[in-house]
Design a protein around this ligand. Sequence first.
Ligand code: AGP
Length: 366
Amino acid sequence: AEYDTAGHAHFLIKEITEQPAAVERTLSGRIDERFATAHLGGLNMDAREARAFRRVKILGCGSAYYAGEMGAQLVEELARIPAHAEPASEFRYRNPVIEADTLYIAVSQSGETYDTLAAVQEVKRKGGRVLGVVNTVGSAIARECDGGVYLHAGPEISVASTKAFVSTVVAFALIALHLGRVHDLSPADGARIAAGLKALPGQIREVLEQEKEIAALAAKYARHEGMMFVGRVRGWPVAREGAQKLKEISYVHAEAYPASELKHGPLALISPELPTVAIVPDDELLEKNLTTMGEIRARRGQVLMVGHTRPEAKFTEDVILVPRNEPELDPILLTVPLQLLAYHAAVALERDVDKPRNLAKSVTVE
Ligand code: AGP
């Protein structure tokens, strides 16, 4: 049953629907209630070693890279260790400085992406330590790494990644929780994050219940020549992944920008023909985001907001509300409606949803 659509119209919507179960499997047996931390035996690392890293560098391609950006934010927020994500494809073509006190983490659903494998090999050649966040057990990248976390998201057939993406960010939340608890994250904050993680499957289900309304919005917005996706800080990797999903399966042009960058150039693109999806969690940047939305509306741009609370009508045309979790974990839930938006845009435009043109599920060649 894993390899047929089980009554769904496409693998993609089947996999989107499977996300609550995928997240449960990623979390299963890994939350340590007693010490408010994550138990990740596959890291092959004791607390002293985990404490010694001064930096975290995350490598992956495409959606795996965007999931890595969310992972980098989680590590910085929870463990207060500087963390950055970089496309593995770029990393391997430059001459990267490999540092002994940097923890390298490679991200791959398939475990077979050649660019990511080559990046792992380059780190290892220069003596660095690499962990894998990988879905496919025993894959080339998993075998090449010094340890890691398997997603257990189950097989992902559709070319566009959905459940593996979400499970990857959940795996990073576990890694960040673990690194946080060997640094300065308090037991109370550890327990807060653990509780937030456990609430995710039920909250993803709540987002999926809005599929009909999101399908109607997708049909409305898919008719435009392109779409802009914006977000600030936690919303920014959500915007990047939302744009990627839309372009790869619907072929609607999509641009992602940090909301703060709009006025430095791309605001010139805003018009009634280019609607904006604004990712607006109810965090300390809410007011700044509302200001940006006001600036877009003032240029007659339509705004579709994805967030936690409905603002005054002058700020946005349409709203998709998602449940609140802990602020650090909000990007996970904010991503789910964008998957449904892209899926239903592709369906409305009669695209080949599971096998978009020009793309392969995993790029195993240079
Ligand atoms: C995801 O929707 C894309 N099709 C693509 O960006 C993908 O995430 C990327 O090629 C990396 O694949 P991997 O996770 O199997 O390494």
